[in-house]
Design a protein around this ligand. Structure first.
Ligand code: PEP
Length: 254
């Protein structure tokens, strides 16, 4: 097996937080601290309403813009939705898909996630595909079954440059709870995910795809998590809402 170098990627998922003015403040703070960072990919995913203002603030830096969701169709009568081309129009490079909150509250199935991934790739966006088990599923020792199913169903029939895909392992029980998977627990699932990626794609692709950990990652636990061989970055919720803690996590990845 050829061990590949994978550049770390830290993405902030701001969820349904921040007014336009607050987003401007946060993005400006992050820009001041991280505009020059080149050895880690940094991605900000504000709410749709702040996408334009955040994009303008980071426009001439290496920091990239992402969205938190999109529709799989290219246009049409889908009230309240946005499509890949609209996100590209605002200079988004990434889009988070299949977040557990979308699966839980908006009933997104693996099939829906698969359609969105295909549309994102066709629309020249890099999908950050979220997978992860609930507390009950972990206790019932179903973590691999659940994560394996989400990956096999979500990643079926894809084409294009699949090495640029990003997977986020986010144990649902660790999201926003203050509970974090231990570095070993996270590493075990990340290694499992890489094995599934090899089955679904091929070894070279599996070794190239970056797998982020998400679930209460903070400056205090980031170094240890990011030191694991199959943890290639973080998808950050709560700690991404503050310029200082987000910056410290990016520094931990350097
Ligand atoms: C997330 O929702 O993607 C996440 C990781 O949230 P938090 O960091 O707040 O647990």
């Amino acid at each position: 097996m050829v061990q590949k170098f994978r550049k770390k990627i830290i993405a902030g998922n701001w969820k349904m937080n921040k007014s336009v003015a607050e987003a401007e403040d946060l993005a400006s703070g992050i820009r001041r601290a991280l505009a020059e960072v080149a050895d880690v990919d940094v991605v900000l995913c504000p709410p749709f309403t702040a996408t334009k203002v955040v994009g303008d603030i980071i426009a001439d830096t290496a920091i990239k813009l992402g969205a938190q969701n999109m529709h799989w169709e290219g246009y049409g009568a889908y009230t309240g939705e946005v499509c890949a081309a609209m996100l590209r129009d605002l200079y988004c490079h990434y889009v988070i898909l299949g977040h557990s909150e979308r699966r839980m509250y908006f009933h997104e199935t693996d099939e829906v996630v698969n359609r969105k991934i295909k549309a994102a790739l066709e629309g020249n966006l890099i999908p950050i595909v979220c997978v992860g088990e609930t507390q009950e599923e972990r206790e019932a020792e179903q973590t691999e079954e659940v994560v394996g199913r989400q990956l096999r169903n979500g990643l079926v029939d894809l084409s294009g440059d699949l090495k640029k895909l990003v997977i986020a392992y986010e144990p649902v029980w660790a999201i926003g709870t203050g509970l974090t998977a231990s570095p070993q627990q996270a590493q075990d699932v990340h290694a499992f995910i890489r094995g599934v990626l090899q089955e679904v794609f091929d070894e070279d692709t599996a070794q190239s795809i970056r797998i982020q950990y998400g679930g209460s990652m903070k400056p205090a636990n980031a170094v240890e998590l990011l030191a694991q061989p199959d943890i290639d970055g973080g998808l950050i919720g709560g700690a991404a809402l503050d310029a200082r803690s987000f910056t410290e996590i990016v520094q931990a990845a350097q």
